[in-house]
Design a protein around this ligand. Sequence first.
Ligand SMILES: CCCCCCCC/C=C\CCCCCCCC(=O)SCCNC(=O)CCNC(=O)[C@H](O)C(C)(C)COP(=O)(O)OP(=O)(O)OC[C@H]1O[C@@H](n2cnc3c(N)ncnc32)[C@H](O)[C@@H]1OP(=O)(O)O
Ligand SMILES: Cc1cc2nc3c(=O)[nH]c(=O)nc-3n(C[C@H](O)[C@H](O)[C@H](O)COP(=O)(O)OP(=O)(O)OC[C@H]3O[C@@H](n4cnc5c(N)ncnc54)[C@H](O)[C@@H]3O)c2cc1C
Length: 616
Amino acid sequence: MASMSVKHAIAAAKKLRSLQERFNPGGSDIYPALMGDEAITALIPSGNPLSVHILMFTRALREQGTDEQYEKFGRRADNNEIIGTFAQTELGHGTYLRGLEARADYDRGTEEFVLNTPKLSSYKWWPGGLGQTCNYCIFVAQLYIDNEAKGMAMFVVQIRDEETHMPLPGVHVGEIGKKMGLNGVNNGFLGLKDYRVPRLNMLMRHQQVLPDGRFVKSPVSQVSYFPMVFVRCMVARQNSNYLAQAATIATRYSVIRRQSPIEEGQPEPKILEHLTQQMKVIPEIVTAVVYRLAAANLQNMYNETAEAVYRKDFSRLPELHALACILKVATSYDSTYGIERLRQACGGHGYLTAGNLGNIFAMAAPACTYEGENSVLYLQVGKILMKNWSQVLAGRELMPSMAYISECSKMTSFPQWTGSWECLLKAIQYACVGSIRLAFQSYNARVQSAQSQTAAVNYSGLELTKAAELHGRSYVAGNFYQQIVNSPNKHQRSPQFQKVLENMLELHLIQIFFRHLGDILRFIRITEDEISALQRRLEEVLKELRPDAVAITDAFDFNDKILSSALGCYDGNVYERLFEAALKHPLNRKSVPDFFEAHLKPFMKENADNAKKSKL
Ligand SMILES: CCCCCCCC/C=C\CCCCCCCC(=O)SCCNC(=O)CCNC(=O)[C@H](O)C(C)(C)COP(=O)(O)OP(=O)(O)OC[C@H]1O[C@@H](n2cnc3c(N)ncnc32)[C@H](O)[C@@H]1OP(=O)(O)O
Ligand SMILES: Cc1cc2nc3c(=O)[nH]c(=O)nc-3n(C[C@H](O)[C@H](O)[C@H](O)COP(=O)(O)OP(=O)(O)OC[C@H]3O[C@@H](n4cnc5c(N)ncnc54)[C@H](O)[C@@H]3O)c2cc1C
């Protein structure tokens, strides 16, 4: 599997490099964007072993290295003359980066760093492509000068000979083992023993070790976390795509499959005519659309901020960090659970490999963990919200994506309920701000009672997580509302198209409202009649969107090769394709399987003989 993946990944990389040269010669950004494209991931169903090379290795060299370092390593990486990965996580630590145990000791005598993974738990563990594909990596380690810890730093480390691909002396490298999916990625382990690299192999754009061992600190230490911010943005985009793929498959299947007459004596309808089926499928289509738009916005913000960071302007980093975290979490959770709901919506056939929903799930699910485990990122956002709430209390302005928090904080009570989109959006935001206030009170009370800030974060963790989740909902719903209702492009849309978009907005807002009804009721009084009215609107909008479901998923524009699904093919010949796939199974190659003579026949014969004997 790994060798097939490498072969396909290389073919894809070549093709994309030629597209890059044709459309954006000399530029650098289009390449990873193309590599992140759904086409590439789908064409390598066991995962792309070059992902981390492209998404993290090349980027870190460009963004964390000096210009000379880029010339020495980065250009070769961009040209794919060397293949690398980002080796940060260890067997014993992934989340708590300050706890990483790999170390780099500066030897001023030789002007080298001595790299070590001193214990089993400090072995690097997980980096994509490290097992067998890569000959280089960025090795993240605690920097020590005269045995004094200086914080994390990144080192360019050659791990295999460029000619023979043999691991170099002092390098212990291998594959970590079979996983639920992504088995072509060859995630690897790496141990280093007294492995020396020249001083200039430490990436020194933002922090430096001078030849005499003096340490020049980065102006903003978090800038070393920047490669992760980029991949979090890519996860938001990629996981929205996985959800869109699964929604396309389930929608197409749901208009082919027929089951159970709705009226006695009537023919069996397409299963998508059943209201509960609509509720399983259509909201996922809408969620995919909503997240794609949010991820596109995030990508723009990333591009602007990355340019500023390159110029050493770090002012927008906190806002980008907060948004990248929240969208990474929201898209990875909602796609993972959404894909599973869509698989169940395809009944028994959803469980067949030929439907491809299992593989799409296996591609989407690990994004809940990699690039920052989701609960941990929620807590990051929770902490940022606490800081911002202090700003609100001090009457200061907040970053644009949190401006709604100041606005809601000024409201003494929730305005008259109207049920309009504005009202629904405001309700979600208001509940979010109420949750932030409560979390702040708990957190603050703990700090006042002499708990440390970190302990207070831990013990207020449930409330912080809730506030973060609602902030994600508020941001995403607010973004969608703006794009549908207030976009400058609105007037270029046909009335019919605008109506479909508005139906999607209606469904999204009502769906989020019901999902968080408990949270909303803590802060807003709503009558039973008002809730029932929303229930009727939910049923109505599902009915209205039902005829558009296929067209919306067709507009995602996934071709059959990408979906690789007997259930989701464009021509709708589901049963023919399922049969075709079944006939290809190795067990169907022979009418009588080999195990019959070897095992089954003797087993049955032995039983028959025993039965005969007992009768005698
Ligand atoms: C060709 C491609 C085709 C494929 C498809 C493409 C699509 C893409 C999809 C998929 C492919 C990719 C395949 C998978 C790749 C996976 C790779 C990996 O997994 S690499 C490892 C990731 N590891 C983590 O993410 C560790 C998580 N841990 C952390 O980030 C930190 O330890 C953290 C944030 C949890 C704690 O950091 P603290 O210990 O420094 O502590 P605190 O006090 O919380 O933070 C200090 C300050 O720094 C800020 N901060 C933290 N992180 C920041 C950041 N990233 N940027 C900016 N500021 C940050 C905070 O807001 C705080 O700010 P104040 O001081 O309060 O103002
Ligand atoms: C498919 C895949 C690819 C990967 N690729 C790479 C790669 O290329 N390079 C690389 O360096 N790494 C990679 N990783 C590793 C990944 O980044 C880590 O797995 C991730 O950061 C989570 O860390 P962990 O595994 O140590 O989980 P842990 O931190 O051990 O999490 C376990 C549990 O503990 C909880 N927990 C941990 N800390 C806290 C806290 N502070 N507060 C509350 N709860 C907490 C978590 O919420 C979770 O429930 C990859 C992982 C996967 C699955």
